[in-house]
Design a protein around this ligand. Structure first.
Ligand SMILES: [Zn+2]
Length: 150
């Protein structure tokens, strides 16, 4: 059931938040893979039809998804309400991605420190000049003002 992979990252996350803050009012199973339900949105209660086998057939009557084949946050919220295990899996995946991003940042910083520490004074001077020269003007001006005082 790859519903989350069909939704945009934003809709998936907002749908998870909707699910967690209990915005799903009710749901009913219609067939083997078909459900209907109601989710409280920013502008009223929306009606959702969820088809877990043919995900693109799912619908929601909110302004964002109405009449389009979009998996909006309301559909995602309903999906998580019906399949809480999928919500747990989703959160795990998000947290895993965050850990990886954090790890990447730490690694990049470590490499940057290593690189800078290996530079000579002259190389540092050149590198700083280059960065400042390419920076937006306000950074350049602030640097000069703070360092030289005008
Ligand atoms: Zn919707």
């Amino acid at each position: 059931m790859g519903l989350i992979s069909v939704a945009s990252n934003l809709s998936a996350w907002r749908g998870y938040e909707y699910y967690k803050s209990k915005k799903v009012k009710n749901f009913k199973q219609l067939g083997a893979d078909e459900y209907t339900g109601q989710v409280t949105g920013s502008d009223g209660v929306y009606s959702i039809f969820l088809d877990t086998k043919h995900i693109r057939k799912s619908t929601c009557n909110c302004p964002h998804a109405n009449g389009k084949r979009i998996i909006c946050k309301h559909i995602v919220a309903l999906y998580f309400e019906i399949f809480p295990k999928e919500a747990d899996n989703y959160l795990e995946l998000v947290e895993e991605n965050e850990r990886e991003a954090e790890q990447y940042k730490i690694e990049l910083e470590r490499k940057l420190h290593k690189y800078i520490n290996a530079l000579s004074k002259e190389e540092l001077r050149e590198a700083l000049l280059e960065v400042l020269y390419d920076s937006p003007e306000w950074i350049y001006e602030r640097f000069i003002r703070d360092r030289i005082g005008y």
